[in-house]
Design a protein around this ligand. Structure first.
Ligand SMILES: Cc1ncc(COP(=O)(O)O)c(C=O)c1O
Length: 379
């Protein structure tokens, strides 16, 4: 990041809110179940290193990343906590992964063999993943006998974890599918148990499963979205008190009165239907505001909702403030978060624009500086 911040556009990350959310997760998970905090993809846009260090201090049992590169970045930043590498190992990175004490999720026989070869004197902890219905990564449940005998043959590896990933835990009409995945995972777990392998960590629950399926909690849960204060579906809100950790703000940098019939932005997709007061904001699709944010998107100015008008540009967008009295150049504008009595939540934006809250968070690019706030309750 550049050392100066002049453009008044930033994402504020409330670490107190994240601590609050972690406490809510721990209450839900119950005693005896650890938390593997999912911080992949730049902690869903909240900032990988800063968020991981904070969660490590708060005592999470694991941090989960997707790539080896993310794991290495955390080790370089001094993170000592166990790091689960969920996205598989590419090229010949097995030795590097072992040396940096990243805990690999192993989904293939050749990876099992490669890790056995590079393990040092002490058995290398690994987590085995079974694909019970996600259709992405993992051994098939039918391979359990084969995987078991490979693990039993090797003293170089220690099966520390057994895991699966659920495909539709947030969908209210798919409980049967989730049940079938969990039943299949139970079969795998029992086969390991019968063979005398009882991994310390058994895990299946992402945020939605943690909130909706107590039987998925086992001995470790893997929440991502809940940590950041958003819900993956509409069901869990009832049970959980979460605080959104990210808010995105900018300021009115230009404010002008337009006559009726004047075009706004590329392609004149919006033409003022009346004399209008149009504000220009220094944030655009290069910052993570999708072009489909217009028409239909809203921002908060002076505690009121103002519609986005005209096409979202790479670096700017325009809003109609005609109906909001007193707007001035320099006024704070909220794109995500709270202002006065109004709030724009990632879940609501996602619903409005047919996407998911995950994508709303991840969309904010490196050009938007993350500013961290850390008061205890995140208020
Ligand atoms: C394997 C795995 N576990 C857990 C998570 C966390 O999911 P969520 O953010 O819904 O809690 C993810 C995220 O995609 C994942 O890929």
């Amino acid at each position: 990041m550049p050392s100066v911040q002049i453009r008044p556009t930033s994402a504020e990350i409330d670490l107190g809110a994240m601590r609050h959310n972690l406490r809510a997760i721990r209450r839900l998970a119950g005693a005896g179940t650890g938390v593997c905090a999912v911080v992949k993809a730049n902690a869903y846009g909240h900032g990988l290193v800063r968020v991981a260090l904070e969660l490590e201090r708060d005592g999470v049992e694991f941090l989960a990343v997707n790539t080896t590169e993310e794991g290495l970045e955390l080790r370089e930043a001094g993170v000592a906590a166990p790091i689960l590498l969920m996205g598989g190992v590419f090229a010949d990175a097995h030795r590097l992964v072992a040396r940096e004490r990243l805990t690999p999720v192993v989904c293939r026989k050749d990876d099992l063999q490669a890790f056995a070869r590079v393990a040092g004197d002490r058995a290398l902890p690994i987590h085995l993943k079974f694909d019970t219905g996600m259709g992405r990564l993992g051994f098939w449940p039918e391979q359990v006998g084969e995987v078991l005998s490979l693990c039993q043959q090797s003293t170089a590896l220690r099966v520390e974890g057994l895991m699966t990933h659920l495909a539709s835990a947030e969908m209210l009409d798919r409980d049967e599918e989730v049940g079938a995945q969990l039943a299949s995972f139970e079969e795998v777990r029992k086969a390991f148990q019968a063979a005398g392998i009882e991994p310390r960590y058994v895990h299946a629950a992402n945020s939605a499963a943690l909130a909706r399926f107590p039987e998925a909690r086992y001995t470790l849960v893997r929440p991502g979205l809940l940590l950041y204060g958003a819900l993956p579906g509409r069901d869990a809100r009832l049970a959980l008190d979460l605080k959104p950790a990210m808010s995105v703000r900018t300021e009115v940098v230009h404010l002008r009165d337009f006559p009726e019939g004047h075009g706004v932005s590329y392609g004149r997709q919006f033409v003022t239907p009346r004399p209008s007061r149009i504000a220009t904001l220094p944030i655009g699709y290069a910052d993570g505001i999708p072009r489909r944010f217009s028409p239909g998107g809203q921002v908060l100015v002076r505690g009121r909702r103002a519609p986005v008008v005209g096409a979202v540009c790479m670096d700017m967008l325009m809003v109609d403030t005609t109906d909001i009295p007193g707007v001035c150049r320099g006024d704070e504008v909220v794109l995500l978060g709270r202002q006065g009595e109004e709030e724009l939540r990632a879940e609501d934006l996602a619903e409005q624009f047919q996407t998911i809250a995950y994508e709303v968070f991840c969309a904010f690019t490196a050009r938007v500086p993350r500013i961290y706030r850390s008061n205890e309750e995140g208020i």
